[in-house]
Design a protein around this ligand. Sequence first.
Ligand code: HMG
Ligand code: MG
Length: 313
Amino acid sequence: RLIPEIRIVEVGPRDGLQSIHEAIPTEIKIELIQRLRRAGLQSIELTSVVSPRRVPQLADCQQVLADPAIRELLLITTNDGGQLQPGLRLPVLTPNLKGLEVALSHGVKEVAVFVSATEGFSRANINCTVEQGIEKARSVAKKATNSGVAVRGYVSCIFMDPYDGPTKPSSVLYCVQELLKMGCYEVSLGDTTGAGTPAKVATLIRYLEKSGISLNRLAGHFHDTYGQAVANVLQAYLCGIRVFDASVGGLGGCPFAPGAKGNVSTEDIVLMFQNAGIHTGVNLPDLAAIGNWINQQVGGSSSESLRSSYAVD
Ligand code: HMG
Ligand code: MG
């Protein structure tokens, strides 16, 4: 069997759903996770354990985690974070110790912590300063690591903050360094507002690399506000990044970054990579069918995407 040359972290069940207003039944979320897994995705962010008042859509996180089918999957997950290591990973986003406790009680073996490189978004998203956010992430990472749970990190607003404007690259570097120091096996670079373009992506990645960050500890997380997300993924790949966050059907967005669009669509990057002969381990027709189905479930586009019939050589 071919070993995938890139790893896709499917964030549809979390980032994809978190800002959708219509109530989505828990069963649909569970079915989404199961279908993504069957399509070959090995890393799927299941949900987040955050304030239900701030993110009502994911208030059923505990029902998702406690579902027998998800419990079964959690039992076979790995906690040996590593870039292209085989194994199923089902991280859960946890902003604080309260969230971590819930995740641990459900047998989660990987959590994700998140900080912003910028003050405005930090305040809007997690109601504290960047430094306080790093402290909270550190306390989660410490306890998770002591419990044998792998930790992934996110830095938000790598290019632009919706309130403060352009982000200083040195602020991104600082957050990446702090997240790696606290034990994150990988840090995902979040273009929360979708302000990135391939030129900006290349400049930032080269700067981080020159500053001593190994590329195999980084992932790309691109939102598609200005239609640049697929191009940004390709540019990051050409710069040496091998892990990409994506959301089936292109769903997604952060309720605290007004106007930001969905994540890069998983189908689009699988199509791009497979057509270039880069193995992803994901079945494109199955994935395209899931994208069509979930978009219909959440009241979005009901037009069938043609990706399922795209001939990949
Ligand atoms: P806080 O406002 O500082 O106050 O919350 P708190 O800690 O005192 O808690 C406030 C309320 O939340 C309390 O309930 C707590 O019990 C409850 P109340 O007394 O009001 O009824 N609470 C929790 N409930 C469930 N699970 C928890 C939890 N913690 C507290 N873990 C907090 C701070 C971070 C919790 C809050 O501000 C919050 O939940 N914010 C939402 C953050 C969020 O989910 N953002 C979206 C995900 S991040 C993202 O999308 C970016 C990313 O995709 C990368 C990128 O694109 O850049 C990752
Ligand atoms: Mg995001």
